[in-house]
Design a protein around this ligand. Structure first.
Ligand code: HEM
Ligand code: SF4
Length: 580
C-alpha cells in the first residue's frame, strides 16, 4: 500500500471503500458469473469497470419494462484497451465475429482508439471477454480508476519518430496495467492466487482516485487531442530522432451542468524531459495523482483539480522531488494542427495506407451502408493492418497501390463514401454513444448526430462553406466523451431534445469553447448558430476557421484554458458585435 504522510486524514468515498475491500478487483464477480443471475449487484458494478465492462440496460426498453413490472433489460458494454489503436487482420476478424455472435452486430471505434461492444447479455459476457483475450487483445484497464488506453498518432509510418511514439505508448500501457491476477482468474479461468497481498506494487489496494488518461504526439499533429488528457507528451524531433518530450498535465473534459466547481480544462505545460524518460515521466505524474488526488469526492477526483488547487509550480516541485532525472524548460512548439489521416496516403517502402470514414465510429450494416461487411471482406481478402484513429475512423495499412484501388471499389460497392467526397462538417464530426446504452445520457447523441450534421451541411453549403474545416461534436451529457469542449461547435445534452451549444475551440484542440447558448431545442440548433455562420462566411479572413473568427469577433487574443459547468452564454455579445 502506498503511503503519503503529508496528507490530512479525510473521509473516503464509497468507491474507495469498495476498491479497498475488493481483494484487488475480485469482489464477488466470479460467483455471480457462475450463478443464474442476469446482472451484478452492489460494489461489483464498480469493479467490473476495471475489467473493461460496464453494466448497462437498454434504455429504450426501460420504461416499458417498468410498466410491465419486469426488471431492466440488463446488458454489458465491453471495451478493449488497444494502445495506439493498432490491431492485426486476424484480431479484427475475431472482434467482428464476437460482435456478430454476442453483441448487437456492431463494433464501435472509440474516441480513444479502442473498440467497444454493446448489448452483450450476462450469459455471453465471459465468452466475449475470453474471446478478446484469445486474440491477444485485452479489456483489462480499458475502464476504471487506472491508466486508460494510451493514445498516439495513428499514422502507420515507420520513420524513427512514429515508431518511437508507438513503442512508448505500448510501454506506458504495459507498465501501468494493473498487476492483479483477478482478471485471469475470473475471465480466463486462471489459477487462483494463493495470496493477494502483494499484487499491486504500483496501484496499491485502492488504485487511482479516478481514471488517468495519457496521449503522445508529434508537435505538428495533434490528432490525439493532447490537451484533453491528464498527461501528455509532445515528442521533439531533431533530424530524425526524438530527443525528448514536452510534458503536459491536467487536461480533462468532464464537468456537471450548473456546477461552477466542475471544470473542463486543457492540460498545461510542465517542462521538457529527455527521450529516455518518457515512460517514467508518465508513471511519476500518475503516482502523484495516486497519492494526492481527491479520494473523498469523485466529482473532483481528477488530476486537473489537483493542479487547480496546487498551481503548476507546486506540481513541478513535486515532480522534481520524485523524478530521478531532470525536468528542463518547455521547448517552444508551433500551435498544433490536426490531421485525420483519411483517404489515400503514402506509407513507406512503396506501401500505402487508406483511411476509411466511419460515422461516429459505428461499424454496422444499416440502411444501404454496409460498412461492417465491407471491412470484413476487405480484411479477409487483403489482410491489411488496421489502426483506429482518435476521430473514430479506421486506417487500413501496409497496402500495395493496386490494393488501394480494390479497396475503394469494395467500399463503394457497399455504399461507403470516400472521405474526400464528404463535407467537412461530416468528416470531422463526432458523437458519443449516449442512448440507448449509456446510463448517464440525458439526451440522444450518436443516433441524432447524422441528421444534425445533415442540417449543418445544408446550411454551410448554402453559405459557400461546405469544405471549410470545422469540428462539430455532440454528447448526451456534460461528461464529454466525444471531446466537445475543444470543438468549433459542440452540442451537449441537457434533457431529451435540448442541448447547450458551445463555440470557439477548433481543430488544433488547444483552446476551450464558450457556452454560446443554453437550452436549445434540437430543431433550433441551426437557427441559433446561423447569424454567427453568416458572419463567418462574409467576414472571415483567408483560411480563418469559425473559432478563430469567433475569437476575433470577441476581441480575444488569449486561448481559453477551461470552462466551468456554470457560465454566462455569449450569444448576445456576439449579436452585438455582429450588428456593429
Ligand atoms: C468524467 C466523466 C465521465 C464519465 C462518468 C464517463 C462515462 C462513460 C460511459 C458510461 C461510457 C459508456 C457509454 C456507452 O458506450 O454506452 C463512456 C464512453 C466513453 N468515454 Fe466517457 N465518461 C466520462 C468522461 C469522458 C471523457 C472526458 C472522455 C475523453 C475525452 C471519455 C472518453 C470516452 C470514450 C472514448 C468512450 C467510448 C465511446 C466513445 O468513443 O464515444 N469519457 N464514458
Ligand atoms: S458523454 Fe455522457 S452520454 Fe455520452 S457516453 Fe459519455 S457519459 Fe454517456
Amino acid at each position: 500500500m502506498v503511503e503519503d504522510n503529508d496528507k490530512p486524514e479525510i473521509a473516503e468515498s464509497k468507491n474507495e471503500i469498495g476498491k479497498r475491500n475488493s481483494r484487488h478487483l475480485r469482489g464477488t464477480i466470479a460467483e455471480t458469473l457462475a450463478s443464474q443471475a442476469t446482472h451484478f449487484e452492489g460494489g461489483d458494478k464498480g469493479l467490473l469497470k476495471f475489467h473493461g465492462t460496464y453494466q448497462q440496460d437498454d434504455r429504450d426498453l426501460r420504461h416499458e419494462n417498468r410498466k410491465k413490472g419486469l426488471e431492466e433489460a440488463f446488458q454489458f458494454m465491453i471495451r478493449c484497451a488497444i494502445p495506439g489503436g493498432v490491431v492485426t487482420a486476424d484480431q479484427y476478424l475475431v472482434l467482428d465475429a464476437l460482435a456478430e455472435n454476442f453483441a448487437n452486430h456492431s463494433l464501435r471505434v472509440t474516441t480513444r482508439q479502442g473498440f467497444q461492444f454493446h448489448g452483450v447479455i450476462m450469459k455471453n459476457l465471459k465468452a466475449t471477454i475470453a474471446g478478446i483475450n484469445h486474440s491477444l487483445l485485452t479489456t483489462l484497464s480499458a475502464c476504471g480508476d487506472v491508466e486508460r488506453n494510451v493514445m498516439t498518432c495513428p499514422a502507420p509510418l515507420n520513420d524513427e519518430a512514429h515508431v518511437t511514439l508507438r513503442r512508448v505508448a505500448r510501454e506506458i500501457a504495459i507498465q501501468l496495467r494493473p498487476a492483479t491476477r483477478a482478471y485471469h482468474e475470473i475471465w480466463l479461468d486462471g489459477e487462483k492466487a494463493l495470496s493477494t497481498e502483494q499484487e499491486e506494487p504500483f496501484y496499491g489496494d485502492v488504485y487511482l482516485p479516478r481514471k488517468f488518461k495519457t496521449a503522445i504526439a508529434l508537435a505538428d499533429d495533434n490528432c490525439v487531442d493532447l490537451y484533453n488528457n491528464d498527461a501528455a507528451l509532445i515528442a521533439i524531433v531533431e533530424g530524425s530522432k526524438v530527443v525528448g518530450y514536452n510534458v503536459l498535465v491536467g487536461g480533462g473534459m468532464g464537468m456537471t451542468h450548473g456546477k461552477a466547481d466542475t471544470v473542463a480544462r486543457l492540460a498545461e505545460p510542465v517542462g521538457f524531459v529527455g527521450w529516455e524518460h518518457a515512460v517514467e515521466t508518465v508513471r511519476t505524474m500518475c503516482a502523484i495523482f495516486r497519492d494526492h488526488g481527491n479520494r473523498a469526492d469523485r466529482r473532483h477526483a481528477r488530476i486537473k483539480y489537483l493542479i487547480n488547487e496546487w498551481g503548476i509550480e507546486r506540481f513541478r516541485d513535486e515532480f522534481r522531488r520524485r523524478a530521478l532525472f531532470d525536468l528542463h524548460d518547455w521547448r517552444p512548439v508551433p500551435r498544433p494542427v490536426c490531421h485525420d489521416h483519411l483517404g489515400r496516403n503514402r506509407q513507406d517502402n512503396g506501401k500505402w495506407f487508406y483511411g476509411v470514414f466511419v460515422e461516429n465510429g459505428r461499424i454496422i450494416d444499416r440502411d444501404g451502408l454496409r460498412i461492417k461487411t465491407a471491412l470484413r471482406e476487405i480484411v479477409k481478402s487483403h489482410r491489411p493492418g488496421l489502426t483506429l484513429t482518435p476521430h473514430q475512423n479506421v486506417l487500413l495499412t501496409g497496402l500495395d497501390e493496386r490494393t488501394v484501388d480494390a479497396i475503394e471499389r469494395s467500399l463503394a460497392a457497399h455504399g461507403v463514401t470516400p472521405a474526400t467526397l464528404l463535407s467537412a462538417a461530416r468528416r470531422y464530426s463526432m458523437a458519443c454513444p449516449a442512448l440507448p446504452t449509456c446510463g448517464l445520457a440525458m439526451s440522444e447523441s450518436e443516433r441524432l448526430m447524422p441528421t444534425v450534421v445533415d442540417a449543418f451541411e445544408a446550411e454551410l453549403t448554402s453559405l459557400g462553406l461546405r469544405d471549410e474545416p470545422i469540428t462539430l461534436r455532440m454528447t448526451g451529457c456534460p461528461n464529454g466523451c466525444a471531446r466537445p469542449y475543444t470543438a468549433d461547435i459542440a452540442f451537449v445534452g441537457r434533457r431529451p431534445d435540448v442541448y447547450h451549444v458551445y463555440v470557439g475551440g477548433g481543430m488544433g484542440g488547444d483552446r476551450v469553447v464558450d457556452l454560446f447558448a443554453g437550452d436549445v431545442k434540437t430543431e433550433d440548433l441551426v437557427s441559433t448558430l446561423r447569424p454567427l455562420l453568416q458572419g463567418w462566411a462574409v467576414n472571415r479572413r483567408k483560411g480563418e476557421s469559425l473559432s478563430d473568427y469567433y475569437q476575433r469577433l470577441l476581441h480575444r487574443d488569449k486561448p481559453r484554458q477551461g470552462i466551468t459547468g456554470r457560465e454566462a452564454p455569449t450569444r448576445e455579445l456576439v449579436q452585438l458585435e455582429l450588428s456593429r
